[in-house]
Design a protein around this ligand. Structure first.
Ligand SMILES: Cc1ncc(COP(=O)(O)O)c(C=O)c1O
Length: 459
């Protein structure tokens, strides 16, 4: 069977309801085979040698292909870094210009009411909530992920006052660990951050664990934690969970309510395509909202901000986690990205991402064998996110040479070339072109130039 026939068969699957697709995706993950590569299809993909013509056919038959035109992607660029900064939705500058000119420029301060600026954190938060399995009034769009981590961690510790441990995994994203370190230093009084290997987290939860802090999809390996299982293990010991969804929200289906997750945070500028420095989000399960008292008790989280009372009284629901005046222009841009994401079906997107992952991997195995690349992404049981990483001892200059060629991925220390696969706009031919670009760079030793050794601040 040809690759395109397999793809057609998979597309039939896309005509199924979202619930059925999700079931299939979950079943595939459980089998450790994932999406397109499931069962004998996977063996065929790995055994065969896809050509560029196969990839063109896959693009023609891609049920999600029309979304690409909604983005302003520059000509001649293969963008594989939407897991760091999502590209510009074409509607974003239009919407931001409207907010600037009509709302700010004309309606001025009246816009807080007439254009519901005051409700934007909640409105955009609720929309994000639909992508992560949150119910209404459980999510706000606000602040940065780091700040939201602080809010969630401090609230969780306060809900378990007799406990002293925040439990996380070694290799977690630095800001998660740094925010926890800062908080325990601030609190003193025996608070500590305990780190264990990723697989050891569930067993390490004990009666002193107040909060389990994990990144659902790991930022380098794409490894996925079993949210429901870890949350259940935490709850069995009386602990709470805080999930970092930076590499999950907009990249793969997740169901916070079904998993009974307690808190979650995540980025707006990655998979949600909200723009550089877009507001992040914070989810607090409804059942905790009444008891969780925010450590950052700002005036806009007050029950009645415009009463200008001297004493803080938290707003009744998730609104208490809003701190100060929200960045309206950034929220407007983020809302465009989130609306676009809501038009697509996340299980269908994830299904395509997994097929593109397998295509990438298959091409790397066949066309770059023996050039020193080692897959660091998890491809087996436990699932994987929407990104693929390869370690190489010359990873940094290779990525610089690739970017100079218009193929944009990124580099994660110490030696990983990381590629985000964003099925909302990614073409199969781009996967082909990226791997071929890499092949040329290796075969012609293009990476070995002094100019590619220099390191700017952002990698
Ligand atoms: C897992 C994870 N958490 C948090 C962040 C960043 O947080 P912030 O938006 O506060 O810089 C990132 C950014 O790459 C991330 O990958």
């Amino acid at each position: 069977m040809q690759l395109r026939e397999l793809h057609r068969a998979r597309n039939q699957c896309l005509n199924l309801g979202a619930v059925e697709i999700r079931k299939r995706v979950q079943r595939d993950i459980a089998r450790g085979l994932a999406g397109f590569a499931a069962g004998k299809n996977g063996a065929i993909v790995r055994a065969m040698s896809p050509t560029r013509a196969d990839c063109e056919a896959l693009d023609r038959e891609d049920a999600l292909a029309h979304f690409r035109d909604r983005f302003a992607l520059p000509e001649g660029v293969v963008y594989l870094d939407g897991n760091s900064l999502g590209p510009l939705p074409k509607a974003a500058p239009v919407r931001v210009a409207e907010v600037v000119q009509d709302e700010w420029g004309h309606d001025l301060i009246r816009s807080w009411n007439t254009h519901d600026w005051i409700g934007m954190s909640a409105r955009v938060g609720d929309k994000i909530g639909r992508l992560i399995g949150a119910g209404p009034d459980e999510t706000i769009a606000a602040d940065s992920t780091s700040i939201n981590l602080y809010k969630a961690l401090s609230a969780a510790l306060a809900l378990r006052p007799e406990r002293r441990t925040i439990l996380s995994e070694r290799g977690n994203f630095p800001t998660d660990l740094y925010m926890a370190q800062g908080l325990v230093a601030q609190l003193g009084n025996g608070y500590r951050l305990a780190l264990v290997a990723p697989d050891a987290v569930a067993n390490a939860i004990d009666c002193d664990t107040a909060a389990v802090l994990l990144t659902h999809v790991h930022y380098v390996t794409g490894r996925v934690h079993d949210m429901a299982a870890v949350t259940a293990a935490a709850h069995a010991k009386g602990a709470l969970t805080i999930w970092d969804l930076c590499h999950t929200a907009g990249a793969m289906p997740v169901d916070l309510n079904a998993a009974r997750a307690d808190f979650a945070v995540g980025c707006g500028y990655k998979w949600l395509n909200g723009g550089p420095g877009a507001p992040a989000f914070l989810y607090v399960a409804k059942r905790h909202q009444g008891a969780a008292r925010p450590a950052l008790s700002g005036w806009l989280g007050h029950a009645d901000p415009f009463a200008f009372a001297q004493d803080y009284a938290p707003a009744p629901g998730i609104g208490r986690f809003v701190v100060g005046t929200p960045p309206i222009l950034s929220l407007a841009a983020l809302e465009v990205g989130v609306d676009l994401m809501l038009e697509a079906s996340l299980p269908a997107l994830y299904d395509k991402a997994m097929r593109q992952f397998d295509l990438f991997r298959s091409l790397m195995d066949k066309r770059l064998a023996g050039r020193g690349f080692a897959l660091v992404s998890v491809a087996g049981p436990g699932g994987r996110g929407s990104e693929i990483g390869y370690a190489h001892e010359e990873g940094w200059p290779i990525m610089r040479a690739l970017i100079a060629r218009g193929i944009i991925g990124d580099f994660r220390a110490p030696n990983v070339l990381r590629f985000g696969i964003a099925p909302l706009y990614q073409r199969y031919t781009e996967i082909w072109d990226a791997v071929e670009g890499l092949r040329a760079i290796m075969d012609e030793r293009l990476w070995d130039r002094a100019e590619y050794r220099a390191r700017p601040i952002v990698t």
